[in-house]
Design a protein around this ligand. Structure first.
Ligand SMILES: [Zn+2]
Length: 454
């Protein structure tokens, strides 16, 4: 079994992630988070919100509707962008026009190895495995409409709408509302976490490429100025990389990949991805994009509303530039899972950062048939719950309970034994070192808090 298969199997066995609508045979490209998976994912989002919004003065949040006026998707270019027949690579999922690909075929002997395609083709036509794209690895050409459509209204004809293909537009369309309703001043950001939907032709690699997924984004609005643009682009690159490292991702599994000019959208001034060294190859799960004033200018044009910002300090009016940082919640969650997965001789352990771990502490009565121990353990458990996400286990023997908690990454296991009844102390066992500490009951909360802060 490769690592991904092991993660998929662990996810199902322990309740992280299940295939969507499984009892009906599933629905391709959808996934359901189970009891511990939804906690892990929520912790990723909570940590993100804390660092992006709660602890900062320059970023505020919004929670915009998934369904939007279809004009918004015309403004963003999503509707028109998907009318050309495209082919998609089944390996790296890059899409390109079939006629462009045929020109490329004429220019190089594909599949012969050591080819040097023309420079303008290089980024587009070289696959993630470093080889040139071959025809048999591509899907049939078709008109891709990435946007998932729906119908609303009770009378016919119903109105066609789109489920949002990205969450960004819900922020831009509220730019004016946010400026007018808060005291926030440029430079400032608007954060949002929410679901988005895409008609992926080839969903795969577990939750990595799904039809329904969640994003967490900040649109950071700045003065339209080249130096400001460079400064904030670099700032968000560093800030975001640092965030994943702080939460325990291994440095060697992360890298930046700058987009070549040919890959960038025409309006993008700079773009870089943060990629993770996934079992199937380096994969993008977060992007930092210098989008200039493209989005707000388009929404201004399509809505007819004045979206300029009045800079009272400089006595100027302008459409701000936007430095976007956009991360996949599901992708981040998946990579935290993969990155923390360790197989030891006698156990599997998820070395998740304690702040991300679904449960911070598991409470065990050493034996299930001693009423005094069970009652004491239950009282401790109830008293811990207001402070930490906690779980209870009184099945089987202690070894089996440790084994189960290690597999879901619980950093601390607290055991109440016969001695507890005499000395008012319990044993706390550390997930990573497997060392045990004896801790007095009144000190348990502080003991765990101290270790979580580290
Ligand atoms: Zn490819």
């Amino acid at each position: 079994m490769d690592v991904l298969e092991k993660i998929v199997s662990l996810s199902k066995r322990r309740g992280f992630i299940f295939p969507g609508s499984e009892i009906y045979g599933g629905l391709g490209g959808t996934w359901d988070y189970g009891p511990v998976g939804c906690l892990l994912k929520k912790n990723v989002k909570d940590e993100w919100w804390k660092d992006m919004v709660s602890l900062r003065d320059d970023i505020v949040g919004v929670d915009a509707a998934i369904m939007m006026n279809p004009r918004a998707w015309e403004a963003s270019g999503h509707v028109e962008a998907f009318v050309d027949p495209l082919v998609e690579c089944k390996i790296c999922h890059k899409r390109f026009r079939e006629d462009h690909f045929k020109e490329f075929l004429k220019s190089v002997p594909v599949g012969v190895g050591n080819v040097a395609p023309k420079k303008e083709y290089q980024d587009l036509f070289i696959c993630s495995n470093g080889k040139p794209h071959a025809l048999e690895k591509l899907t049939e050409p078709r008109v891709f409409n990435l946007l998932v459509e729906s119908l609303i209204g009770v009378t016919e004809p119903k109105e066609k709408i789109y489920l949002r293909g990205e969450i960004t537009n819900g922020v831009h369309v509220n730019f004016k509302n946010v400026v007018d309703s808060t005291r926030i001043k440029i430079p400032f950001g608007i954060a949002q976490i929410g679901k988005a939907f895409r008609n992926e032709i080839t969903p795969g690699n577990f939750t990595f490429r799904s039809r329904e997924f969640e994003q967490m984004e900040v649109q950071y609005y700045i003065r339209p100025d080249e130096k400001e643009g460079e400064k904030w682009f670099q700032y968000w690159k560093d800030n975001r990389m640092e965030w994943y490292l702080k939460l325990g991702m291994k440095k060697e599994n992360l890298r930046f990949r700058d987009h070549a000019p040919s890959e960038r959208a025409h309006y993008a001034r700079a773009a870089t991805d943060i990629e993770y060294n996934a079992p199937w190859g380096w994969s993008e799960f977060m992007g930092i994009h210098h989008r200039g004033d493209w989005d707000l200018r388009r929404h201004q044009e399509y809505s007819g509303r004045d979206l300029r910002y009045k800079d009272l300090e400089r006595n100027e009016e302008y459409i701000p530039w936007d430095i976007e940082s956009s991360a996949g919640v599901d992708r981040s969650t998946l990579f935290f899972l993969i990155d923390s997965f360790v197989e030891e001789e006698k156990r599997i352990v998820l070395r998740l950062h304690p702040r991300l771990a679904p449960y911070k502490v598991a409470v065990f009565p050493l034996v299930a048939n001693n009423a005094e121990i069970v009652t004491k353990a239950h009282t401790i458990y109830k008293n811990l719950k207001p402070f930490f996400s906690a779980t209870w286990d009184d099945r089987g023997n202690i070894g089996k309970r440790y084994f189960a908690q290690d597999e879901i990454g619980t950093p601390f296991c607290a055991t109440i034994d016969h001695q507890t009844l005499d000395d008012d102390a319990i044993t706390i066992r550390d997930r990573d070192t497997m060392k045990q500490d004896r801790v007095k009951i009144p000190n348990i909360v502080n003991y765990i808090k101290d270790r979580l802060e580290k």
